[in-house]
Design a binder for this molecule. Structure first.
Ligand code: ARG
Length: 456
């Protein structure tokens, strides 16, 4: 019997059905069902014989899903109904006992939480591998100097290792955000029923333990409506994808003829169908372009959730495609970013030549005056005057004569030429977190320590 007299309209069916995408939840759905059935038997809600039948039936369904032989029937609205339908086909009416003391509402929330947990673990591993790669590549280019930029204008020289490690710390924060996603999926929704709890004295904590949840959701209404953990994952994924896009953007710039700082490996570049000479940094460009797609999924889910009344609303079905596409996009991006980084070849001479631009020592000259007691604001002005004169005459700073110095900056002596001649502008950055080699070495040791700690 059904409550309905008339069949569903085809357009409504297409709109309402989620089987086209939520089949990805099947392994979690089956795992959750086995834990639920065990709890039902342990709580004497079903018999031990019923449990045997349900367990072997669910194992048979799982085998079909694993071997890709599971056939979706026309009436299967979603993966939960499809699995139950198939279970009953295989084991008979006892299969209908599985849905005792649960609802699709707590069931789907549980499946999605398990999915988020599994993919958070995968994202963590991939982020860690990327962090490892950044440290390795930094170590291999420890004392290669290059210009550091602000406003994409050459600002002060840094070591390439220091620049690469700057990316490391971004991904380390991403790792922390993914760690939080694990906490966000700690509470088991299953057992909340449709919204109010169920008419049986179930043992939810035992289900939680079986499924690897730390505890149970304390409020049945919150349990079935909570999708915060999806927002949390999408948020962590968005920030991580944005970091990947920033990394990609730099590789695009650096591998241009104009910069000439690095070249991608053949494995991460493509040619042009028209121009035989070209080698395009496509991987880096696509990293740059994928991020907004992940961010769009986060924004979309906020849109789905905002203003929803408690508790379950069919709107919540719209969490999945956003989540799934974000998971896949991030997975691929992290994999490609790590491979691309490992394959980069840097051009030491080009980097050093760009870093040798004497104007990058302007701050060091200003600090020379500061050491002689001049307030920094004044020394900034004095050196700005020197820079301006040099630019107007088409000279470098060290080409200014003693005569020029006597007129423009009488406080400066021979040490001015020494500062400009030495390549010590990097080694003078001795402050904690600065680019001098001892500081970069310290930083690298700390980075390796954090990786080892996180990998434990
Ligand atoms: N396919 C549904 C979803 O993804 C499962 C829950 C259906 N619940 C319901 N009350 N119609 O949200």
């Amino acid at each position: 019997m059904s409550r309905f007299r008339d069949p569903q309209d085809a357009a409504f069916q297409a709109l309402n059905s989620s089987i086209g995408f939520d089949y990805r939840l099947a392994p979690y759905d089956i795992e959750g069902s086995i834990a639920h059935a065990r709890m039902l038997a342990a709580s004497a809600i079903i018999s031990a014989e019923d449990l045997d039948v349900l367990e072997s039936g669910l194992a048979a369904v799982r085998a079909e899903i694993d071997s890709d032989t599971f056939a979706v029937a026309p009436g299967d609205e979603d993966i939960h109904m499809a699995i139950e339908r198939r279970l009953i086909e295989i084991v008979g009416p006892v299969g209908g006992k599985l849905h005792t003391a649960r609802s699709r509402n707590d069931q789907v929330a549980t499946d999605v939480a398990m999915f988020v947990r599994a993919h958070t673990l995968r994202a963590r591993d991939q982020v860690l591998e990327l962090m490892r790669t950044l440290v390795d590549v930094a170590e291999a280019h420890l004392d290669w100097s290059m210009p550091g930029y602000t406003h994409l204008q050459r600002a002060q020289p840094v070591y390439l290792s220091h620049h690469l490690l700057a990316h490391f710390w971004r991904f380390r924060r991403d790792l922390q955000r993914f760690n939080f996603c694990m906490t966000a999926t700690d509470d088991l929704p299953l057992g909340a029923g449709a919204l109010a709890g169920v008419n049986f004295d179930t043992a939810r904590m035992s289900v939680a333990q079986d499924l690897g949840f730390a505890g149970i959701a304390e409020n049945s209404m919150d349990a079935v409506s909570n999708r915060d953990f999806v927002l949390d994952f999408l948020s962590a994924a968005s920030t991580c994808a944005t970091h990947l896009s920033q990394l990609g953007a730099e590789v695009v710039l650096w591998s241009s003829e104009e910069f000439g700082f690095c070249e991608p490996s053949d494995a991460f570049a493509s040619g042009s169908s028209l121009m035989p000479q070209k080698k395009n940094p496509d991987a880096a460009e696509l990293l740059r372009a994928k991020a907004p797609r992940v961010v769009a999924h986060l924004t979309a889910l906020h849109g789905v959730l905002h203003g929803l009344p408690l508790t379950y609303n069919k709107d919540l079905q719209e969490d999945k495609e956003h989540l799934f596409d974000a998971v896949d996009t991030l997975d691929l991006s992290l994999e490609a970013a790590t491979g691309m980084l490992r394959g980069l070849t840097f051009d030491r001479e080009r980097l050093a030549a760009a870093a040798g631009d004497q104007f990058l020592a302007a701050t060091d000259v200003a600090d020379l005056l500061v050491r002689r007691g001049m307030p920094f604001r004044e020394s900034h002005g004095v050196v700005a005057g020197l820079v301006r004169t040099a630019i107007e005459r088409g000279m470098t700073l060290s080409e200014l004569t003693r005569q020029d110095l006597a007129e423009l900056a009488p406080q400066l002596d021979d040490e001015y030429y020494e500062v400009l001649a030495s390549s010590s502008w990097l080694e003078s950055k001795v402050s904690e977190g600065g680019t001098s080699l001892p500081r970069v070495r310290e930083q690298m040791a700390q980075a390796r320590h954090l990786i080892a700690e996180a990998a434990d």
